[in-house]
Design a protein around this ligand. Structure first.
Ligand code: FEO
Length: 402
């Protein structure tokens, strides 16, 4: 049965949620599932805002047909050509041979790359600032390159003041129970997965997100309809503030994320002792993560959230413990900036992980490394308690030079 939901007088949500796959993009765990959003506007002309992933193909097509209610499809807006939104585009274009594709030139090229279909006779090519009317609605188009692919654009419905934002303002998690973010506790139920989605999917492209935020600031936006996660019709300043912080690599709050890579528990012990020392200084935001026990994407999200990091790694084959090395490479790849970091290294005969971690962090912007690195040779000794305490003080002080 169809699962369409009316969101304004003539805009319908026709997407669906995947709860079968364990990974998004075959890499990110989605324990709460994933929504693939699509919208239909039943104006004088009918407008489809993106198609869907193959995982929800059947429900999406049923919803599309139900929402059209016997009408034909006039326009398909393609905001982003990644297959989680366009895998079913080819089928829609076959079902509705008269439908015109509204996209930019880069998207048109990508459609040719993904599908064996010549759409040159049915494309309305749009560029920055162009508008298109479907009757009651007038849409304007804004390019948003690298949020998250180079061809991405967003469209703004000037009539109902809705921003169709592509991947921007998206989230992991299903929306079957509640389509609108304000139907749940946003801090508890949406923020963690919206942050994890942002940090891992578009975190690398902060300057591009900044450009989009500046464009959006000139619009009267009453509702944001992303391609993943809930629709936002309340708390928009709150959401924009989160995006402002994330895209400028500004911590949301003061706190320390301690990530440790430990085999036999000695490096874990040092991490825990440091956590205690930080707590004794009055810090309440302390998070301890065993790098072998939690997916990388959660650590990246926590690194975007908090102001300070501690990386504690054993030395493994004269290198960094491989899961910890993955964390460091991911922090670099996601362009994390403006954090203060302390290092702990362990090595029973030739500790080397500290120097290697420091080298990996050295060319990251705005990273302040503590002057002290704790070195453990096998196990932390009681006479190192003072050393750990000094590191905890230095980490929270403002005095370490960049
Ligand atoms: Fe949800 Fe970049 O696609």
């Amino acid at each position: 049965m169809q699962t369409i939901q009316k969101i304004t007088s003539d805009i319908y949500y026709i997407g669906s949620c995947d709860t079968h796959h364990h990974l998004f993009e075959n890499i990110y765990p989605i324990p709460n599932g994933m929504s693939y959003n699509s919208y239909l506007i039943t104006d004088d002309k009918t407008v489809l805002m993106d198609t869907c992933d193959t995982s929800v193909r059947e429900q999406f097509l049923e919803n599309l047909m139900a929402a059209l209610n016997g009408r034909t499809l006039d326009y398909v807006f393609v905001h982003h050509m990644e297959p989680d939104h366009c895998a079913t585009l080819d089928e829609v274009l076959t079902l509705f041979p008269q439908a015109q594709v509204v996209c930019n030139a880069k998207t048109q090229t990508m459609i040719g790359q993904f599908f064996n279909r010549d759409i040159s006779g049915r494309v309305i090519s749009v560029k920055e600032g162009d508008t298109l009317s479907s009757g009651r609605h007038t849409f304007s188009f804004f390019m948003a390159p690298m949020v998250h692919w180079p061809e991405v654009m967003v469209s703004y419905d000037e009539t109902d003041k809705v921003l169709f934002s592509a991947d921007a303002f998206g989230s992991f998690g299903i929306t079957n129970e509640c389509l609108f973010a304000d139907q749940r506790d946003i801090e508890k139920d949406w923020l963690p997965e919206a942050r994890r989605y942002y940090a891992n999917i578009v975190g690398k492209y902060g300057p591009s997100v900044q450009t989009l935020i500046k464009k959006a600031s000139g619009l009267d936006i009453q509702m944001i309809c992303p391609l993943h996660g809930p629709i936002w019709r309340q708390n928009l300043p709150w959401l924009l503030d989160k995006y402002q912080k994330w895209s400028t690599y500004t911590p949301e709050e003061k706190g320390v994320v301690i990530v440790y890579g430990s085999i036999y528990g000695h490096t874990k012990n040092a991490a825990e002792v440091l956590a205690q020392k930080l707590s004794q200084q009055g810090l309440s935001n302390i998070r301890l993560y065993d790098v072998s026990q939690i997916d990388l994407s959660y650590i990246i999200a926590e690194a975007f959230r908090f102001s300070h990091l501690v990386l504690a790694s054993i030395t493994y084959n004269n290198g960094i413990f491989p899961p910890m090395e993955s964390v460091l490479l991911a922090l670099k790849a996601h362009n994390l900036q403006n954090r203060k970091i302390a290092l702990i290294q362990n090595g029973s005969w030739a500790p080397a992980s500290g120097k290697l971690m420091s080298a990996l962090l050295s060319d990251m912007k705005g990273i302040k490394l503590c002057n002290q690195t704790i070195t453990i040779t096998s196990a932390l000794k009681p006479n190192q308690a003072e050393e750990i305490e000094r590191l905890s003080i230095e980490l929270l002080s403002d005095e370490t030079s960049e």
